[in-house]
Design a protein around this ligand. Structure first.
Ligand SMILES: Cc1cc2nc3c(=O)[nH]c(=O)nc-3n(C[C@H](O)[C@H](O)[C@H](O)COP(=O)(O)OP(=O)(O)OC[C@H]3O[C@@H](n4cnc5c(N)ncnc54)[C@H](O)[C@@H]3O)c2cc1C
Length: 424
């Protein structure tokens, strides 16, 4: 994707920092409502394979409300209607999405770069939407140059040097380790997380099982994400144990994976076991898992949403969807005040607080469920012997009604949002 060119400094009504799911959906919705929006993204493209791929029914419903679902479904993707866990040699079906009360009753598995490219293409239909790639925000601009006073925009590093972007409202959508939250000195409450993820890929064969499934046994756990020609593998490890895994060597890791997911030992395109495609620790990316939240998501002239306000664990594959729900709620609440906002008439802070007030409970409850799931995961990782499915899993897998209930909970989330912003 080519970066737009711009005169410096820029002036806009809403400056969005970060072109992830939260930033792109907020940008699209506000631009559609007629607000002048500028999204600054630090990377040159959206191609980063450590982003999640799961677009849940509640998010697909938002696309439906925007009239974009059919176009979205033209982009290559896989459909997940049911999910389960493989423990030992038994599969436990746990999630049935077929009855979720939405237009699309499935999770769309789409590489996130394709999804973000799709959102960018849709947003570009609005002349008041501006996306600048390779624009890394380096700090906040404050009224009268005084730190701690109202935010009136950002500074950014661009390929042609530093620039300033002035706006009555800045929205930090810059994910975990956000520049905006650090620059605003927001208090972050960290919730300890016992796991991290090793992220790597092996070839996928047409004869492999279709859907992404979780595998647990012998102190090893992983999730396989179907990316058509390859499996993206999220291999769970105890937090801080990567050095031990490296010390034990690649052979030990390969053996653990082969024992856990035997079908991966079937020969790949080059006639070798696909496990043997892992030849170097450099192929394995260590992704640190975090759960945290900001005490306050806002300050005068500044609001943070998505992972910038509350980093989500990958458990449940819901982080993208929660970030998008935040964006929809923020657009619903902010579109009207932004339509009359100027530098001398900013969005009242009470309105920014209303976004947090509306979303915080759903986010914290979701994080609570993720923390409970971590407890089961760490039990599985700490048990080197055969892992026996907990009674709750056996019970769930035997009840179609409960599986549908879990499908509804996962598909819709705690508090699905709906588009109420107008189309200008
Ligand atoms: C290992 C792992 C796997 C995951 N898997 C899934 C999954 O399968 N499904 C799922 O739903 N969730 C998953 N999640 C969670 C999910 O990735 C996040 O919750 C979600 O991406 C949050 O979206 P966001 O838009 O708030 O932030 P992000 O997706 O982090 O986007 C932030 C954007 O801001 C940009 N940015 C950062 N700093 C700056 C700056 N200074 N200036 C300009 N731009 C900046 C970044 O480049 C990025 O594009 C996973 C998380 C982890 C850790």
């Amino acid at each position: 994707m080519s970066a737009a060119t711009h005169p410096a400094p820029l002036h806009t009504t809403c400056c969005i920092v970060g072109g992830g799911p939260a930033g792109m959906v907020l940008g699209l919705l506000l631009a559609r409502a007629g607000i002048d929006v500028t999204v600054l993204e630090k990377h040159a493209d959206f191609f980063r394979d450590f982003r999640g791929d799961t677009i849940h029914p509640a998010t697909l419903e938002i696309l439906h409300e925007l009239g974009l679902l059919d176009a979205f479904l033209q982009v290559p993707h896989e459909k997940i209607v049911s999910m389960g866990l493989v423990i030992g040699d038994r599969t436990y079906p746990l999630v049935d999405l077929s009855q979720v009360p939405t237009t699309a009753k499935f999770i769309a598995l789409m590489p996130q770069w394709d999804f973000l490219d799709f959102l960018a293409a849709q947003a570009r239909h609005y002349p008041n939407f501006h996306l600048y790639m390779e624009h890394e925000v380096t700090g906040l601009l404050h009224e009268n140059g005084k730190a701690g006073s109202r935010t009136i925009g950002v500074t950014a590093q661009t390929p042609s040097g530093p620039i300033a972007v002035h706006a009555p409202l800045t929205v930090g959508c810059d994910g975990r380790h956000a520049t905006t939250t650090a620059a605003a000195h927001f208090d972050i409450i960290e919730q300890g997380v016992p796991i991290d993820v090793l992220w790597f890929r092996v070839s996928r064969l047409p004869t492999d099982p279709e859907n992404a499934l979780g595998y647990f046994n012998f102190g090893t756990a992983c999730v396989l994400i179907d990316r058509q020609t390859y499996w993206q593998i999220a291999f769970l490890i105890r937090k801080g144990s990567f050095a031990d895994i490296q010390a034990a060597g690649l052979d030990a890791l390969r053996q653990r994976l082969a024992r856990l997911v035997p079908f991966l030992t079937a020969p790949g395109p080059d006639g070798q076991s696909r496990i043997d495609e892992i030849t170097d620790f450099a192929q394995l990316k260590l992704l640190t898992v975090q759960i945290n939240h900001l005490l306050r998501w806002h300050a005068p002239g500044l609001l943070c949403i998505g992972d910038a306000a509350h980093a989500m664990s990958p458990v449940g594959g819901i982080g993208i969807n929660i970030a998008i729900q935040d964006a929809v709620a923020a657009a619903n609440i902010l579109a009207k005040p932004l339509s009359v906002a100027t530098m001398s008439r900013p969005v009242p802070q009470g309105t920014l607080a209303a976004v947090q007030g509306h979303r915080a409970f759903a986010v914290r409850l979701t994080q609570f469920f993720q923390a409970q799931a971590h407890r089961i995961l760490i039990r599985a990782l700490n048990n080197p012997g055969p892992f026996h499915a907990p009674a709750i899993l056996r019970f769930l897998s035997n009840s179609p009604t409960l599986r549908r209930f879990v499908g509804r909970a996962i598909g819709l989330g705690v508090q699905p949002e709906h588009v109420h912003t107008p189309k200008a």
